[in-house]
Design a protein around this ligand. Structure first.
Ligand code: MEV
Length: 336
């Protein structure tokens, strides 16, 4: 399916009464995490790892049979407060292949999948509006953050924030910033992600980086993040793998400077980079995951290098479609 077709199919979440199911992809940030929170450009893609949600009316609100889900899950409580306040209780089931707190968009996917089902039960929703809703729920639950992750899981494919490259899709706002979301072409590359097994807290990491960027060299660092992201977006557009690799390494250097690498992530990078064009921390960092661009034909070797170094390897392609409702035949499969 070409991108135009994918975008057309994904244009609107249609009306659908409960019971209903949806699925949303994870995400991987290639350039610009953290700086995007401060209004700078970002390039990211939706991942072919999915969270699937089922929702039906029930005597009490539960999540996977847990009767106290709202105490344990700020994302769910925000979503219900925003979209289902004063309405009858719901039983939700969630199955996911996206590791949690790994920098791969598990919370954004959960929020978008729940929001899609609840908006569908209320008559359907345009994708641009759904992104604004999902962003506000995720940011409300985390206290901080940009709309990057929710853009990817709602929009699918490759997307930029705050860049003029590609085709404009929509804009998203909070009290301080407006972010533009653009669609850029899929270069048809496979990316290798390695999860360190070390969970991290996005909110705490974003706040710590915010502090770091308030130091004297903060403005210069933000300028460098911006420059590398613009060059990275252009290099992916030109399908120049070598240049992209060098820019991933430069972006990683900046992430090290703002304090979000981790000794385990450095070990994984050292183990895999001989088979790659380049790589970096992806997502909030301080644990979580790295992403690398394997050299052509050396994808399996790169994957084996990660496994030998004790990481969890995911060889991924983009999910062309963002969050969508799934029919009864798809229910319970958990993945796509
Ligand atoms: C987290 O996946 C990406 C960050 O840039 C935070 C955000 O954009 O909300 C670290």
């Amino acid at each position: 399916m070409n991108e135009e077709a994918a975008a057309e199919i994904g244009g609107r979440i249609p009306a659908h009464p409960l019971p209903s199911s949806s699925r949303a992809p994870g995400k991987c940030i290639l350039f610009g995490e953290h700086a995007v929170v401060h209004g700078r450009p970002e390039l990211l893609l939706a991942l072919d790892l999915y969270t699937q949600i089922g929702v039906r009316a029930a005597p009490a609100t539960t999540l996977n049979a847990d009767r106290t889900p709202l105490e344990h899950n700020p994302y769910l409580s925000r979503a219900l407060e925003t979209l289902w306040s004063g309405r009858p209780p719901l039983a939700l089931t969630a199955v996911s292949r996206i590791p949690r707190a790994a920098g791969l968009g598990s919370s954004a996917a959960f929020v978008a999948a729940v929001a899609a089902v609840l908006c569908a039960a209320d008559g359907g929703v345009e994708r641009a509006r759904l992104h604004q809703i999902a962003f506000e729920i995720e940011q409300g639950a985390q206290g901080v953050g940009s709309p990057g992750d929710t853009a990817a899981v709602v929009g699918g494919g490759y997307l930029t924030l705050n860049s003029t490259a590609g085709r404009p899709l929509w804009q998203v706002r909070d009290a301080r910033h407006t972010w533009s979301v653009h669609r850029v072409p899929d270069p048809a590359w496979s990316w290798l992600i390695a999860y360190s097994g070390i969970p991290r807290d996005t909110g705490a990491t974003v706040r710590a980086v915010g502090e770091r960027l308030r130091q004297e060299d903060g403005p210069r660092l933000l300028e460098e993040f911006e420059q590398v992201a613009h060059e990275g977006i252009a290099a992916v557009g030109e399908e120049d793998r070598e240049k992209v690799g060098a820019l991933l390494n430069r972006n990683h250097g900046l992430l090290q400077q703002v304090g979000v690498s981790h000794p385990r992530l450095e070990e994984l990078l050292a183990a895999v980079l001989p088979a790659c064009e380049g790589g970096k921390v992806t997502g909030a960092g301080a644990g979580g995951s790295i992403v690398v661009l394997p050299k052509l034909g050396r994808e399996l070797e790169a994957s084996r290098r990660i496994t030998r170094a004790g990481g969890v390897a995911y060889l991924v392609r983009p999910a062309l479609r963002g969050v969508e409702l799934v029919g009864p035949a798809d229910r319970g499969t958990g993945t796509g």
